[in-house]
Design a protein around this ligand. Structure first.
Ligand code: ADP
Ligand code: AIR
Ligand code: ASP
Length: 274
């Protein structure tokens, strides 16, 4: 087992130095937080599910020509990614009213927006990630107008693709958050998609029942958080064989959750990293 230098520990993930220059290992924890850490808990198995779900989505996006940081999954909790200089923005794309948008304009959650809405939040926990305009972004030097055009174009493309992907598995993509970063190839700079795409940063509602299948279950104390994430992974077809069928003969969500806990205990940071 090789121990690598830890670069950063965030609320949901840890970044380690990668095996080659310009790479990082992204380790998915089971920690869940809301309100920038005001509320926190551990959801056993969440990291494994998010690692898988994000891998699948990043690979699909690569297929349609969206540049991403994803290189390959290393093990149950880790993936190898290209190191980027993160643009300190949370880019939120909304198809329906929910969450902070519902609060800000006192609108009912679920209302369809006539066109997708893109918002930018300054990524700063101390300030509570305040919403910012493109003018703030440019004036404060976080990104230039060309960067912003690239970010919006990529975000809309990702939204179009993901809406279709989730529609195909009976899920409405209500909204989601993206992060982008800069990557240099000699003199040339390219903006690529970074971080993760998972139920931690998407609102996913069952199309038929409107059941929430995302982190709002944790934020709003609704329970069955892990089961909801598992349902997303199951519908995407990324729940591994041992998790779906394993030693556990029960195919209920709870049965799967239990076998998942067993599986995840086998993995610690860096198992399998060569
Ligand atoms: P937070 O920092 O908000 O607590 P996480 O726990 O998810 O969030 O930590 C992951 C951190 O790694 C985030 O700050 C994110 O911006 C950063 N990050 C994601 N992908 C990359 C990458 N390819 N290169 C460098 N940093 C990245
Ligand atoms: N998000 C924003 N900051 C962190 C995250 N995960 C995501 C939420 C939601 C979308 O961005 O998961 O999908 C909009 O969040 P809100 O709270 O602004 O309505
Ligand atoms: N990502 C933020 C946190 O972990 C906000 C959220 O997801 O609700 O606290």
């Amino acid at each position: 087992m090789v121990r690598r230098r830890q670069i950063y520990e965030g609320k949901a993930k840890i970044l380690f130095e990668g095996p080659e220059p310009g790479t990082l290992v992204q380790y998915f924890k089971d920690d869940a937080t809301a309100g920038n850490g005001a509320k926190s808990d551990v959801i056993a198995g969440k990291g494994i599910l998010n690692n898988r779900i994000s891998e699948y989505i990043m690979l699909c996006l690569h297929e349609i020509g969206v540049p991403t940081h994803f290189i390959r999954r290393i093990n149950m909790r880790e993936q190898l990614v290209k190191a980027v200089e993160i643009i300190p923005l949370e880019v939120v794309i909304r198809n329906r009213v929910a969450g902070s948008l519902a609060k800000r304009f006192d609108l009912p959650e679920g209302q369809r927006l006539p066109r997708p809405v893109v918002e930018f939040y300054y990524k700063n926990d101390t300030l509570g990630d305040p919403i910012v305009s493109e003018d703030h972004v440019v004036a404060f030097g976080w990104a230039c107008p060309q960067d912003m055009e690239d970010i919006v174009t990529m975000s809309m493309r990702i939204n179009d693709f993901l809406c279709g992907l989730f529609m195909g598995i009976g899920i409405q993509l209500v909204d989601f958050k993206l992060e982008f970063g800069r990557r240099w190839d000699g003199e040339e700079m390219r903006i690529i998609l970074a971080d993760e795409i998972s139920p931690d940063n998407c609102r996913l509602w069952d199309r038929q029942t409107q059941e929430k299948l995302d982190k709002d279950r944790f934020r709003r104390d609704m329970g069955h958080v892990k089961e909801a994430y598992q349902e997303v992974a199951r519908r995407l077809g990324v729940l591994s064989e041992n998790v779906q069928n394993g030693s556990n003969t029960s195919h209920s969500a709870v049965g799967e959750a239990q076998s998942l806990e067993t599986v995840q205990q086998l993995f610690t940071p860096h198992d399998g990293v060569s």
